[in-house]
Unconditional design. Structure first.
Length: 188
């Protein structure tokens, strides 16, 4: 006798079609966190990290490329949901040596669990998109997905090189999309 099929939650059945994001941006470059600022005198504050400015420029240019190709694009000004998938290269120490240098060590972690902080990566990326994708980063009210992965893992939105895939939805497009369906939305 066959076991009964697992029950599908009613929310999953009622969710309907999964909406496409309003915009998807792929950024190639080394993600950098929004760090602390330091005071240099006379009320002037500067970023502590020298990597933030190039990352913000990469994000802004990628966003401008995408929005420039959309004929009716207007900056989003309402509650938004965002997915950000950050990709990093694996350190050389994760690999074996000699003829097995292409293989991962057994103890190599599956995901980057160290620096940089994920929340600081999101902050620097949000700031770079202000005025290009959304009016203000305060419009982001929900994260559909926010994570760090190593390059080439085969996971949705994980790049083969360092960078980030950013997807943005107006929150109104997600009405009726219930958890866990929102996870599936980010794979679209």
């Amino acid at each position: 006798m066959n076991a009964p099929a697992p029950e599908v939650p009613a929310a999953t059945l009622a969710a309907g079609p999964r909406p496409k994001p309003a915009i998807t941006i792929t950024v190639v470059g080394l993600p950098a966190p929004q760090g602390s600022k330091r005071h240099v005198g006379k009320g002037v504050m500067v970023e502590s990290s020298k990597k933030v400015k190039p990352w913000r420029q990469d994000v802004k240019h990628a966003a401008l490329d995408v929005t420039g190709a959309l004929p009716d694009w207007t900056v989003l000004d309402g509650p938004l949901a965002v997915a950000m998938t950050f990709t990093f290269d694996r350190p050389k120490g994760h690999y074996r040596t000699g003829r097995n240098a292409h293989l991962l060590r057994d103890a190599a972690p599956s995901r980057p669990a160290g620096m940089p902080d994920l929340s600081k990566l999101a902050r620097s990326t949000e700031d770079a998109l202000t005025g290009v994708v959304w009016k203000d980063d305060a419009r982001v009210v929900e994260y559909m997905r926010l994570g760090k992965w190593y390059a080439g893992t085969g996971t949705a939105d994980v790049l083969a090189v360092p960078g980030c895939v950013i997807r943005v939805w107006p929150l109104t497009a997600l009405v009726g999309c219930q958890w866990p369906d929102r996870e599936a939305v980010t794979r679209r």
